[in-house]
Design a protein around this ligand. Sequence first.
Ligand code: GLY
Length: 365
Amino acid sequence: MKSVIPVSLPSNAYQVVVAPSGIDHLGGWLAGGEKPLVKPGQKLLLVSNPAIFKQYGDRALSSLTQAGYVVETCLLPAGERYKTLKSIQKIYDAALAFHLERKSAMVALGGGVIGDMTGFAAATWLRGVSVVQVPTSLLAMVDASIGGKTGVNHPQGKNLIGAFHQPRLVMIDPLVLKTLPAREFRAGMAEVIKYGVIWDRDLFETLEAAPRLDQYRYLGDGLLHTVLTRSCQAKAEVVSQDEKEAGLRAILNYGHTIGHAVESLMHYRGVNHGEAVAIGMVAAGKIATVLNYWTAAEETRQLRLLEKAALPTQIPPQLGAGDILDLLQGDKKVEDGQVRFVMPKGLGAALVTGDITRDAILAAL
Ligand code: GLY
């Protein structure tokens, strides 16, 4: 089972490949075809973290060297707290030592943190070299690796420093999810369910029909392939219509407004990104019912699906509604002083609005 999903951008179109054992064919995808994505003989800087590299590094390296590339590796410590300019400096140092040139490329092998940082380093090294994304977490597969958002955190806030830099190729190997911790798998499911709510009602209903969604091993190859391809398709369609987030792309932030506030107030401890998004989706869903964007029955269907993925649905009890509201005012999603919320329009569509009153938010919280 292999799928190729096009991301149709006018000047940087590329493909998302979903293929079991895709890591072993990475070199072929880059070098093959009439016009190689990166010319064989070129240098590639493979960026990863020690744990992922131990599991998949050799396979990626051997596929790339067999295709004729000269590969050097740069390993960075794992975790969101290392998503900093200091880590970017390490990538630059490796690029310098390895004499990475304009026609060379960087390859990100890892989760969202590695993908975002490698993308940012590639966007800025020599004013831009190619980057290839090989995501190893479900979250990175369905969200972070597609669409060209790259960057690092500032001590004062997440993703405050960044650039748009589309990859040349996204290679998704579903089999690597086998070794992903269950909690991280569920975090990715939050984004998958999000696509069902905001874009793809069929996907939503497919997930409803699944017996379990909380662990990789319960999905089976067929459902997993559908989950990956439909989610990537949703992301690709949205990004193709609005690459730089002038409008539509903001619907991808469904659940993220309150979700980010929760993550931030918890100081990124005890709740991961996907879990925070799930909590944010439940809160946004409540607001949507009160304001008639969808029905109470649709809100319940969303809740049931998140529960089926064993995701948290309640705001942690130690957080006060007032704290969350205050934090929302300082969020990136504020425009002209108005907090921007993504609201579902029934199941399978969404819109962005600044018309959510403080009272409506308070009531939902
Ligand atoms: N993760 C949201 C976006 O790519 O726009």
